[in-house]
Design a protein around this ligand. Structure first.
Ligand code: HMG
Length: 398
């Protein structure tokens, strides 16, 4: 008998502070409507030096490992997807192995393909379990990133930061997947990239939008051919670099289903909008973006979606993409209530534009000069600086 595999538990972490995009619009002399309505963005998380991709990943993973029904001794694989790695050699997963006390017998590594790295990790985990290599163990897949573009560039309002952790195992309690019915689509394009010496990404913004749309067409066509109408999607989660992109994506795939733009728009509030609430709080979190959308949807509607399918679209610039469906498992609603998925969004600080610019101004040197755990809260992990050139982390006692 075939055993279900999928996401058993989920948690995310956000930096403590955010910039309101209306404040940024005012400072940049742009009509607020361009950001709020034109791009569909509200707030973007801004990471302080101690909130680096490792600390964010550890905070997200700790929420999962310390949540209900999880045995960290049974983790045999930890894959971190990231495009904001902290080292060219040592993976974020190795830092996490120490910080989280994962078993010595676990396999740990990092994957990279722009925003797709987390999905690569998820499918590796699903295949590892489905093949029997896991021998009953679970996988931890973590997506962690800080999205940075140059100040005053067109990309500036589409930044963000955050991490999402997924526990993947047999008989999952949240969402099950059918790895044989997932469709990939790839092409070599220069839409978005980050040279090795830069903290800020370079992007051909309008080309990147077109590449995303080409990729979703290719992946969605592949998925509909694979599933031949057998899978009805109740909801659709997309990679969300900014809210409006999800609307563009939705119009695009619904046109392939034969819907006019007006008909597609009429389905948007029901099929997509619930997944956009939390992305609107953090901005683009790159690898974690699709899974933050899924968390948002589950937080709002898991109970009423039990037994139904959710479409997932993952896009990584460069580019590669995947369209796949997940089935919300019976009991997911009750588990989501226990997971308190909205908790990381509570008690955040609203930075002024001057504070945001000061944080960004320190980005280039923070890795070398930062010392201490900053304003990390009890129970949170923090990057505390270099010791003999090696990165050090501490957890603030609870
Ligand atoms: P832009 O050129 O400043 O904006 O940059 P625009 O002129 O295209 O305007 C944006 C929208 O606002 C337009 O609507 C305007 O009409 C509207 P649309 O035609 O798109 O429907 N607008 C207004 N609306 C209301 N009131 C107004 C007003 N003025 C204009 N007053 C761009 C936009 C997205 C290109 C830029 O922000 C950017 O480069 N962002 C970064 C790249 C990005 O996010 N690309 C998304 C696809 S690629 C992707 O998702 C991968 C990624 O996550 C990376 C990875 O994979 O690692 C980025």
């Amino acid at each position: 008998m075939k055993i279900a595999v999928g996401i058993d538990s989920l948690g995310f972490a956000a930096p403590q502070g955010f910039l309101d995009l209306v404040d940024l619009a005012e400072a940049r002399g742009v009509p607020a409507g361009k950001y709020v309505d034109g791009l569909g963005v509200r707030r973007m998380a801004v990471a302080q030096p101690w909130e680096d991709p490792v600390a964010l990943a550890a905070n997200a993973a700790a929420r999962v490992l310390e949540g209900p029904g999880v045995d960290r001794e049974r983790i045999g694989l930890c894959v971190v997807g990231s495009e904001t790695a902290v080292d060219h050699s040592k993976p974020i997963a190795a830092f996490l192995h120490g910080l989280l006390g994962l078993p010595a017998q676990a396999r740990v590594y990092e994957t990279k393909h722009a925003c797709f790295g987390g999905t690569a990790g998820l499918f590796t985990a699903l295949d590892w379990i489905a093949s029997g290599s896991a021998r009953g163990r679970a996988a931890l897949v973590i997506c962690t990133d800080i999205a940075r573009y140059a100040l005053r560039s067109a990309g500036e309002p589409t930044q963000g930061a955050g991490a999402v952790a997924l526990l993947v195992r047999e008989r999952p309690r949240l969402v099950s997947f059918e790895p044989t019915e997932s469709a990939s689509w790839s092409r070599d394009v220069d839409d978005f990239w980050r040279p090795l010496d830069r903290k800020e990404a370079l992007v051909d913004g309008h080309l990147s939008v077109q590449c995303y749309l080409d990729a979703i067409s290719g992946a969605y066509r592949g998925w509909t051919e694979l599933t031949r109408g057998k899978v009805a999607l109740a909801r659709r989660c997309y990679h969300v670099p900014y809210g409006k992109m999800a609307l563009k994506a939705h119009r695009h795939v619904r046109a392939l289903d034969g819907l006019s733009e007006a008909e597609a728009d009429a389905t948007f509030a029901r099929e997509v909008a619930p997944s956009l609430a939390m992305p609107a709080e953090l901005g683009n979190i790159y690898t974690g973006s699709l899974y933050l959308a899924l968390a948002s949807l589950l937080r709002a509607e898991a109970a009423s979606l039990e037994g139904q399918h959710v479409g997932h679209f993952s896009y990584g610039s460069g580019c590669t993409a995947e369209f796949f469906a997940g089935r919300v498992v019976e009991g997911a609603g009750a588990l989501c209530a226990l997971l308190e998925l909205g908790q990381p969004l509570e008690h955040r600080k609203r930075y002024t534009v001057a504070e945001y610019e000061a944080i960004r101004g320190g980005d280039a040197t923070a890795d070398r000069t930062w010392r201490g755990s900053g304003a990390a809260r009890p129970g949170e992990f923090a990057f505390v600086g270099l010791e003999k050139e090696a990165r050090r982390y501490q957890r603030v006692p609870k």
